[in-house]
Design a protein around this ligand. Structure first.
Ligand SMILES: Nc1ncnc2c1ncn2[C@@H]1O[C@H](COP(=O)(O)OP(=O)(O)OP(=O)(O)O)[C@@H](O)[C@H]1O
Length: 365
């Protein structure tokens, strides 16, 4: 459970101040225009959602905001200043992010992962670190205290000494958020923070995001879970094929026919998500009925065919179990892949190190 933090966080900007101002951001990969002339602002105290179908350009836009990509055209300003085209400088300026596919140091402890996120805020230089003088020890103690406080804030205080890879998936996502907060950002970008979470974890993440906003941090969030977006966001922008189709409050966006056609399928009536839940329940009931029918037929069939069916079931079950655990070993095996493009492996830890690893086009040098 999220607990309020008492320490000084990033100084909350005056209400309504423009924190992020992206203008005409375009990103081309060869002949493909992944993001086309997108304008977006985020103000202090706001939670803004970025939605759109798969491949719409959401993550590419995030990468343009955070210096991982240098936009082909356009400009990104943070609190009025044009951002430097290097991700560590963007972090130092005040923008932190989490990734669609979790990027933790899986063999480090939970606390150490958060301490890594503090490095942009540690002023002690090389000599101080080498000589381990009083300044270094003081800074280190302060960093540990802040990291511990952030772990309490996201609900991981009791797990500070656990290896990151041993955390359940939902807690790994929380740890990524704690690490991002460790750089004391003024703007937090969350890329699908509830991917792979169960409904309970998703609700807890909603609370956490509200609590972060209340700390004075503006938030831009990509998410496919519409209920999450509609519950959370003051404004929602919709990207379709790289272009911003519409921007407005949740109601306006949900009712826009172009959005419905391009993305939502049909408008949400009443409690968002109810229709989907009913659809899933009906499909499950139908499939159960069908399998009972098939079972009765199988009983009447000869034994070898029944064995083959059992074998198939076993294979499917094992595959599901390995996806669910998706922790250290999977993560280590996955380390060389480009997490941003591999959506089918969401419940795994994508990489040993948090840099974007797979794409030679990223600007993370
Ligand atoms: N490094 C790259 N090189 C070439 N094409 C890329 C690169 N990164 C993204 N793309 C392409 O840009 C388009 C937008 O991809 P992007 O991942 O930004 O979409 P998205 O909206 O985040 O999708 P999703 O919701 O599935 O994560 C896609 O066609 C994708 O294949």
């Amino acid at each position: 459970m999220t607990t309020p933090t008492t320490a000084t966080t990033a100084k909350a900007p005056a209400p309504g101040e423009t924190v992020l101002d992206a203008r005409g951001v375009t990103m081309r990969f060869g002949g493909l225009t992944a993001v086309r002339s997108v304008d977006l602002t985020v103000k202090s105290g706001e939670i803004v959602g970025l939605i759109g179908p798969n491949g719409a350009g959401k993550t590419t836009f995030f990468n343009c905001l955070t210096g991982l990509y240098i936009p082909t055209e356009g400009e990104v300003r943070y609190k009025g200043r044009v951002l430097p085209p290097k991700s560590f400088k963007v972090t130092a300026a005040g923008i932190a992010r989490t990734f669609q596919n979790i990027r933790l140091f899986s063999n480090m402890t939970v606390l150490e992962n958060v301490l890594v996120g503090r490095h942009t805020r540690t002023k002690e230089g090389l000599w101080s670190a080498l000589l381990r003088g009083p300044g270094f020890h003081k800074a280190e103690a302060a960093s540990r205290a802040r990291a511990t406080e952030l772990l309490e804030f996201v609900g991981l205080g009791a797990k500070a000494d656990h290896l990151a890879r041993n955390l359940p998936y939902g807690e790994q996502r929380k740890l990524e958020i704690a690490r991002a907060l460790a750089s004391e950002p003024g703007l937090l970008l969350l890329d699908e923070p509830t991917a792979g979470m169960n409904p309970q974890e998703t609700r807890a993440t909603e609370e956490l995001v509200f609590a972060i906003r209340d700390m004075g941090i503006a938030i831009l969030v990509i998410e496919h879970d519409m209920r999450f977006i509609m519950n959370l966001c003051d404004r929602v922008a919709v990207l379709v094929q790289g272009e911003k189709l519409i921007e407005g409050d949740g109601q306006t966006v949900q009712r826009d026919e172009r959005v419905i056609a391009a993305y939502l399928g049909e408008p949400f009536e009443g409690e968002p998500g109810e229709a989907e839940a009913a659809e899933v329940a009906a499909a499950e009931a139908a499939s159960e009925e069908a399998s009972q029918g098939a079972g009765a037929e199988a009983d009447a069939d000869d034994a070898p065919e029944a064995d083959a069916a059992d074998a198939d079931d076993t294979t499917r079950t094992d595959a599901g179990a390995s996806d669910d655990t998706g922790t250290s070993d999977d993560a280590d095996r996955d380390a060389g892949r480009d997490g941003d493009t591999d959506r089918t492996t969401a419940p795994t830890t994508a990489a040993e190190a948090p840099g974007d690893s797979g794409s030679g086009k990223e600007n993370d040098s």
